[in-house]
Design a protein around this ligand. Sequence first.
Ligand SMILES: [Zn+2]
Length: 274
Amino acid sequence: MPIEQPYPGLGELMEMIGAAGRRVCEIEASEGAAGNISVYMGWPIEPRRTFPKVRSMDLPQLVPELAGGSFLVTGSGRRLREIMDDPAANLAFVTVGDGGRTAQVYTSPRCLFERLTSEFNSHLAVHYDQIVRTQTVFHTIVHAQPLHLTYLSHIARYQDETYLNRHLLRWQPEMIINLPEGIGYIPFRIPGSPQLMADTVDGLRRHRLVLWAKHGVMARSDASAKRAVDRIEYAEAGARYECLNLANQEQAEGLSAEEIRAICQNFGVQQSVY
Ligand SMILES: [Zn+2]
């Protein structure tokens, strides 16, 4: 469900990112400084009481429709589990300038990083694509590295989107309800590369979550960062069951296609996997 007015304030937004970051860590999907989060706000917010230091940056792509909008973005090298302790030190506030070519980057005096996350190009490209298409005023993106999903992406037969989805979404009735378009599969691309960015934009048009082969996942939500993390958690739970089953001579069959179709019919879910 998209958010409605009155929109959340800066403190509430930073808390939401902290809580999402903590959950990503609880499910062991962000070892070290892996993972990153960004949130777009399409309404005016004054950041300078929290983020008084300001500098300009060139944006990685032209985003004219986003002029005046802002992002909260995790800093490069920061740990998702530590955002909660001091959100302002771990996040930057980025306001898109007129024309959408440059931005003002606001940071805290306690700022613990030099640059924005190295995946900001993919984040910005997906935000831009979704915002222009859906006119949403709020959009969140989470990148994480869940162990079982990432492991399966190293195995050849799971590198096929149909095979991947039919095997991972069969383990719990909630999975098809929460991921009705399934998980998008993206072959291995160099982290931070233009290819990864372009494929991610394309994949997240058709899915709410994509698996980056041999790396991790990216999820989007126009409701909250925690909702994006929920999707990661459902997909990772499916991958965990799948790994259990692989280790147990594949003795379980999971829900059948007929059972999953019946669930969808009962809950009015339009799905494209089974
Ligand atoms: Zn990563």
